[in-house]
Write a protein that binds this ligand. Structure first.
Ligand SMILES: Cc1ncc(C[n+]2csc(CCOP(=O)(O)OP(=O)(O)O)c2C)c(N)n1
Ligand SMILES: [Mg+2]
Length: 588
């Protein structure tokens, strides 16, 4: 049988070193699915429950490996289901390629079943590259360009295949006017600023007396260099959430996370510094950075459009984080005065003491921060840790201590609910010998996480280390938004929108043949973590936690305080439990 366009697609993806495709079938991609059947072991197909899960897995794969994630969906509804996961990758600047089906060329424009204008649908999310393969000769350059653009621009691209084209014979382009001839090789360039600009940056950093560093996901390959610069400049560093795993927290001058979910030590670092060095971060909230004029600033980013965006940089350098810091290091003078470093370290010490105390305050029946705090004592160094959007993001950000070798994935910029279990699944396929952990709210679990457990049950026997451990923060509430309603909206909790049904997540896991465990009080926490880590299969931990524990941001404004007390005064149903919790925190 002659090779079809579908066969060619997988052959080409293999040439680009794609090992795995996350997806779901449909007759809109029959020609691709049959080719996948013929490809055998050449490429792994991971079957999901929902196309959004496939897109989150592709995004998670890209976030955790730095490689392109590929997802596959049928025409119409399948393509539509991909969108949220694709936006997650696009907004966090990760390379993902979406391959989707379309009705046959001859029927397009005929209001045919499942015919959706996919070029328009993907026009925004795949704004860097979205194309329809209308002739077999196009297949090669469409795949090559989708892969190259996704990789080089760290973005989302999409290729749409009408189903008759998928089944057509693969055709190489001729050699005449208008034919396109592409190849599959790509390597990242080495990007370093000019010497004169490095010297300007060094001058700013050498003149500073109190240097603060802000490190984001862009510094993922620069751990040693960031530490060397911090040592030379006697600086402290804060991390944006996407950069959580970039640097370990056992360094005494790591102030941990910055921002609403961040720490008091990061807040003080930024408010007291006279010089700011930002590396690979687009952290958005300006109120957590120095006030304009307070600090001289140097910024390093691989993407020029992200420079001088959050704080005006005196020296804005385009460069790879590791390469640029390596080039900068010989120009930096070792600071002699250690008093700033001492101040930072004392803030950090206080922060960990306070965080530990907060996690151990009693609550009814369990303080939601305690499982996160205890987790740091149990988690192995090679763990992959993911967190969903909700209060689990806050506790993950503040209470989980990173160590060298760990990896994390979160939805930073889109901040969508739903991806944590999918990210953890993607981790298990990319690193089957490493344990993966997902922290998920009950709302997010009900949205998509529970479906991901079916995927885990289907595949876990393939993983050399079967541990995929999901902790559900079971507070029967869309808690993060309930707090936002109170502190930003001055409104009491609205039952109709905020309450979520109480589900027995441990039983749900057991029904699927997985292990289900429950944390119903502080004494359960260390025991359950130890049991989960000893499991021979994926585990769900149902953590029955108190929705009324207030997780205050590191800096509370007058407006937020006023709104909060207004909400209480308007008769919040949980008022008395919340005020009891608050008085415990203040007493501590
Ligand atoms: C897809 C999506 N829908 C809605 C939101 C708004 N939102 C942000 S956090 C949150 C609550 C999450 O609830 P849950 O998963 O139970 O976590 P909790 O905050 O209760 O720990 C909501 C509704 C969102 N970020 N993403
Ligand atoms: Mg919840």
């Amino acid at each position: 049988m002659a090779k079809t366009v579908g066969d060619f697609l997988f052959e080409r993806l293999r040439l680009w070193n794609v090992e795995r495709v996350f997806g779901y079938p449909g007759d809109g991609i029959n020609g691709i699915v049959t080719a996948l059947g013929r490809a055998g072991d050449e490429i792994e197909f991971v079957q999901v429950r929902h196309e959004e899960e496939a897109a989150f897995m592709a995004s998670g794969h890209a976030k955790l490996t730095g490689e392109v994630g590929v997802c596959l969906a049928t025409s119409g509804p399948g393509a539509i289901h991909l969108l949220n996961g694709l936006y997650d990758a696009k907004l966090d600047r990760k390379p993902v390629v979406a391959i989707v089906g379309q009705q046959a060329r001859a029927s397009l424009g005929g209001h045919f079943q499942q015919e959706v204008d996919l070029l328009s649908l993907f026009k925004d999310v795949a704004s860097d590259y979205v194309q329809v393969c209308t002739a077999p000769e196009q297949a090669r350059h469409l795949i090559d360009r989708a892969m190259r653009i996704a990789k080089s621009q760290r973005t989302v691209t999409a290729v749409i295949f009408p189903n008759d084209v998928q089944e057509a014979d693969a055709v190489a382009p001729g050699h005449e006017h208008g034919t396109i001839h592409t190849g599959a090789d790509f390597s990242q360039p080495r990007v370093i600023p000019n010497d004169a600009d490095l010297a300007r940056a060094a001058a700013v950093l050498n003149a500073g007396k109190r240097v603060a560093m802000l490190v984001g996901a862009g510094a993922w390959n620069a751990e040693n260099e960031v530490v060397a610069v911090a040592e030379t400049l006697q600086a402290g560093f804060a991390k944006a959430l996407l950069g959580k795993a970039v640097l370990p927290d056992d360094l005494p001058y790591s102030t941990g996370q910055i921002g609403l979910l961040g720490t008091t030590a990061s807040w003080k670092l930024m408010k007291e510094c006279d010089t700011l060095l930002m590396i690979g971060s687009t952290f958005p909230y300006s109120e957590f950075l120095p006030k304009e004029g307070q600090a001289k600033a140097v910024q390093i980013d691989i993407d020029p459009t992200m420079l001088s965006l959050r704080y005006p940089a005196d020296v804005a350098l385009v460069g790879d984080a590791a390469e640029t810091l390596r080039a900068l290091l010989p120009l930096l003078e070792r600071k002699r005065d250690g008093s700033w470093r001492e101040t930072v370290e004392s803030h950090v010490k206080t922060m960990w003491e306070e965080e530990g105390a907060k996690a151990h305050l009693s609550a009814d029946p369990l303080n939601p921060e305690l499982p996160f705090w205890e987790f740091s004592k149990h988690v192995p160094d090679n763990a992959v840790i993911t967190a969903d959007t909700g209060m689990s993001t806050t506790f993950f950000a503040r209470a989980v201590k990173m160590r060298r070798g760990m990896k994390t994935a979160i939805s930073g910029t889109l901040a969508t609910m739903g991806p944590a279990v999918s990210y953890a699944l993607a981790a298990k396929f990319a690193f089957p010998d490493r344990p993966a952990f997902a922290f998920v709210g009950d709302g997010a679990m009900q949205m998509l996480g529970s479906n991901g457990l079916v995927t885990a049950a289907k595949y876990y026997k393939r993983w050399s280390d079967p541990r995929l451990i999901v902790l559900v923060l079971n507070n029967r509430d869309l808690n993060m938004v309930s707090w936002e309603l109170r502190s930003l909206g001055g409104s009491p909790k609205v039952f109709a929108t905020q309450d979520v049904p109480d589900v027995d997540y441990a039983a749900q896991a057991e029904i699927l043949g997985l292990r289900g465990l429950t944390m119903a009080g502080p004494a359960d926490v260390p025991r359950v973590w130890a049991e989960a880590l000893a499991s021979d299969r994926p585990v769900v931990i149902d953590a029955k936690v108190d929705p009324n524990v207030v997780a205050l941001p590191p800096h509370v404004t007058f407006e937020q305080t006023k709104n909060f007390f207004l909400a209480m005064a308007k008769g919040d149903s949980d008022r008395s439990a919340i005020l009891t919790q608050l008085s415990r925190q203040w007493a501590a």
